[in-house]
Design a protein. Structure first.
Length: 143
């Protein structure tokens, strides 16, 4: 685990109604900024710099709490965001996923993957409102 990856307390110690977000971005500066924005808004954040490692943790059920949503970058070494989401969808078809990218043309790679694709730069208020809407939408579909 890198210094940017963080473990959460056990599920039973999380405040009621808290949301756990997995944030994947190979750019440590962007990951740190987004992590701070999400934490200030009351989310618990697990940050990962490596999508391959994050996927392995999903597959081995190694996260210390249930992940409520994933926010991922598109361009990352080893595995891009679309490859990560395709693999994630095999085991977590309904998990809310937000993709943030500076490449407009990358959006076509997510066709049929049930993600919210947003363009950089993304202001903090838009990040938070879109995340809130994404989580609420999935909750309504499950209810």
């Amino acid at each position: 685990m890198t210094k940017f990856e963080q473990q959460l307390p056990h599920e039973n110690t999380l405040p009621e109604n808290s949301r756990v977000i997995l944030l994947i971005d190979d750019n440590a500066i962007q990951a740190t900024i987004r992590q701070a924005i999400l934490r200030r808004a009351g989310y618990f954040v697990i940050a990962a710099l490596d999508p391959t490692r994050a996927l392995a943790r999903f597959q081995q059920d190694e996260f210390p709490a249930v992940i409520d949503a994933v926010i991922t970058d598109h361009v990352m070494p080893g595995m891009n965001g679309a490859e990560f989401v395709r693999e994630l969808r095999k085991t977590h078809p309904d998990l809310p996923v937000m993709v943030i990218s500076g490449l407009d043309e990358a959006e076509v790679e997510y066709a049929g993957l049930n993600v919210l694709f947003l363009h950089k730069p993304l202001m903090p208020d838009l990040l938070l409102s879109n995340l809130r809407d994404l989580i609420q939408q999935v909750q309504l579909n499950v209810a």
